[in-house]
Design a protein around this ligand. Structure first.
Ligand code: PLP
Length: 398
């Protein structure tokens, strides 16, 4: 018999992944061009040209044993230095090699940091709606995920509810900015209020509360929106970054953690993150991709393509009468289900080969997520189907 914990995880396996598999089945049945799969955040915009050029140059120029060998658990020193320098240039910080740990994407980084921080029973606060995998990542180390319900008017965190959720067992708070699934960017004002509440509670309880900033979408923002860099607002902040979305490299599994010197027990935490990388079985982040990332820190994916999709989808659906949050970042549209019935909307859409993810997967029922990291044609061709769904569910244009 397999582990009891895994039985639960298998039975509650990701709805998003299930939808993705369903999409592949439907594509085989009806033809890929007739299926509108908005389920997975798998970037459709190609990696910038610099990425492939870097891959070729690195394998041509560098000795293969160097490129393909083990590195320190925290990654190549020169790569970590390049990441630190790039952050310092962009955000006016003063990070050095020791502050950067190369990771196996954001997922790897979050597992490393939770492994390093959590004792069984420690609480980690997340703001709904949130990336559902957080539940598993916290559960992996026997932590307890505590949800804070959203402010449904803005989808910024509800500060009163947040303050009430912090207890002496709160070890960490995780924020994801820009947000998956809402597309909202937490404003500087929000961040300052969060920091003030956490500072106050640390003092009140005499505890340490770490702020974990999960930022795989940091560069994917629209209309000139600024994403605050959180280490500047709260000393006890760890940043988790990934190149999965910013360089369209999700399958290559590369990212990094920033553990600033200002963090409580910084030296121990940096050491723990290196050891956690090793003992979780990652050993080190993929070496070729470490080198590629270091060369492509200023490269940019075609954000304009996502923006075009964003406008088309938001304008198209609001015109039909759907209530949507206008995304400021990431590549997701967050849509209110008519009569708060998410499954009715998901099922009605599926009849027209349109695949959406129910809000419950993000701890926020009554909504659905539409991932618009698809081709523009997919969005435009899905519109007649959405129009029929609106009609069937009695959604009326204003
Ligand atoms: N965090 C959030 C909010 C995400 O949306 C994702 C992936 O979709 C991840 C983490 C994991 O990203 P990675 O591919 O870098 O592991």
């Amino acid at each position: 018999m397999i582990s009891e914990k895994m039985v639960g995880l298998v039975n509650n396996s990701s709805v998003i992944r299930a939808m993705f598999e369903e999409g592949k089945k439907l594509a085989a049945q009806y033809g890929a061009e007739n299926v509108y799969d908005f389920s997975l955040g798998n970037p459709n915009v190609p990696a910038p040209a610099e990425v492939n050029e870097a891959v070729k140059a690195i394998v041509d120029e560098e000795e293969s044993t160097f490129v393909h060998g083990y590195t320190s658990n925290s990654g190549y020193e020169d790569v970590r230095k390049a990441v630190a320098d790039n952050l310092n240039k962009r955000f006016g910080t003063a990070f050095g090699v020791e502050n950067i740990i190369m990771t196996v994407g954001a997922a790897g980084g979050l597992n490393v940091i939770f492994k390093s921080l959590l004792n069984p029973g420690d609480e980690v606060i997340a703001f709904a709606p949130y990336f559902g995998e957080y539940r598993a990542y916290v559960g992996n180390y026997d932590g307890k995920l505590v949800e804070v319900a959203p402010d449904l008017a803005t989808f910024q965190p509800d500060m009163k509810a947040f303050e009430a959720a912090i207890t002496p067992k709160t070890k960490a708070v995780i924020v994801n900015n820009p947000n998956n699934p809402s597309g909202v960017v937490y404003s500087e004002e929000t961040v300052k209020r969060l920091a003030a509440i956490m500072d106050g509670k640390q003092k009140e309880y005499g505890t340490e509360i770490y702020l974990i900033s999960d930022e795989p979408y940091r560069e994917l923002v629209y209309d000139g929106v600024q994403v605050p860099f959180l280490t500047k607002y709260y000393d006890n902040t760890v940043v988790g970054y990934s190149f999965s979305k910013s360089l369209s490299l999700p399958g290559e599994r590369i990212g990094y953690l920033v553990i600033p010197d200002e963090v409580v027990d910084a030296k121990m935490l940096q050491a723990a993150a290196g050891v956690a990388t090793r003992i979780l079985g990652f050993v080190n982040a993929p070496t070729l991709m470490q080198r590629v990332a270091a060369r492509c820190l200023d490269a940019e994916v075609n954000v304009a393509a996502y923006d075009k999709n964003r406008q088309a989808l938001y304008n198209g659906l609001t015109k039909l009468g759907f209530e949507c949050i206008k995304p400021q970042g990431a590549f997701y549209l967050w849509v209110k289900a008519p009569s708060d019935n998410e499954m009715e909307l998901v099922n009605a859409a599926k009849k027209h080969n349109i695949l959406l993810v129910p809000g419950s997967s993000f701890a926020c029922p009554g909504y659905v997520r539409i991932a618009y990291c698809v081709s523009y044609e997919t969005i435009m061709n899905s519109m007649p189907g959405f129009a029929q769904v609106a009609e069937e569910l009695g959604v009326k244009a204003e």
